[in-house]
Design a protein around this ligand. Sequence first.
Ligand code: BYC
Length: 332
Amino acid sequence: MYAQALDQPEGHRECASADGAALEARFLSRVASEQKVEPKDWMPERYRRTLIRQISQHAHSEIVGMLPEGNWITRAPSLKRKAILMAKVQDEGGHGAYLYAAAETLGAAREDLIEQLLSGAAKYSSIFNYPTPTWADVGAIGWLVDGAAIMNQIPLCRCSYGPYARAMVRICKEESFHQRQGFEIMLTLARGTPEQRRMAQEALNRWWWPSLMMFGPGDADSKHTADSVRWKIKRFTNDELRQKFVDFTVPQAQFLGLKVPDPELRLDEASGHYRFGAIDWAEFNEVLRGNGPCNRERLAARREAHESGRWVREAAAAYAEKQRARTSAAAA
Ligand code: BYC
């Protein structure tokens, strides 16, 4: 699918020569004037690689992100909650599919990207390596994780690369529904029995700091932000988005009557921003190295799902081949 990007001669992608410099200057001026870059347009090789890296990590995150909540489908507290959760988890699978398709427009092969995920070579969001021990964790994921995702992804709807930007429009609409369903679960628990309120508070305690880590390392340590902002892939830095998320979410926690687990959190009246305590970057780096609470479990689940689905992929390919042969026989 979308193999047209592969039609580009290699020389079109590289810019070692004077021609390359002119192409790069034209590319930057198009990006500066907010024109979308499309698959067949010339683009610097580093831009293309950055996009494949970010979009594929994003796709992997959606697919692995189905697991912590999927874990609760059979135990959702009512039929209605079960139906909503199934639809949400299915949406995440759909997001992964759009994003792999967007990466394919850049010449990446989906099988290779999936292989990188299954071998552990590719990253996916740190957040999905934490466990969901109670139903309140499902609420906290929707409220905080989807909330953080929206904060990060709304600006990606204006990303300079057309197929990624367009995929993000639909994804953001769905994420916004997900965030509301999570908040509504938290609200129900927060207004429930003392035991339910305790569950909601404990889930907030578990998910608050990992949600802040989702935005990535602080700006001083973010190796890709400068290029990505220059190329208008990212519209805000990691720290800017993290601050927006905190400013947006703390009043929601107050509305729920829950306490954000940060003794240093305070409103800075002068700037109108909430100041928050130090993030434990050692924990973040351990999760990225594969040593989070659930990294091994998540990859094992994905590998098993990939193996169990092999017959479906083979059957679909055989069916497509049969259809193709029938169509060409009818045309002959
Ligand atoms: N986890 O230079 P930096 C969802 C890596 S799915 C793991 O700042 P960049 C949802 C980073 O990749 C949410 N790794 O990078 C699904 C880089 O490593 P490499 C996923 C992280 O790209 C189901 C290195 O650290 N959202 O919403 O400029 C249910 C240095 O970082 C993380 C997206 O993927 C992390 N948290 O900025 C519910 C959004 N953070 O590649 C919800 C799209 C950083 O050099 N992605 N790293 O080995 C982005 O916006 C950006 O890629 C990031 C990082 C802000 C995440």
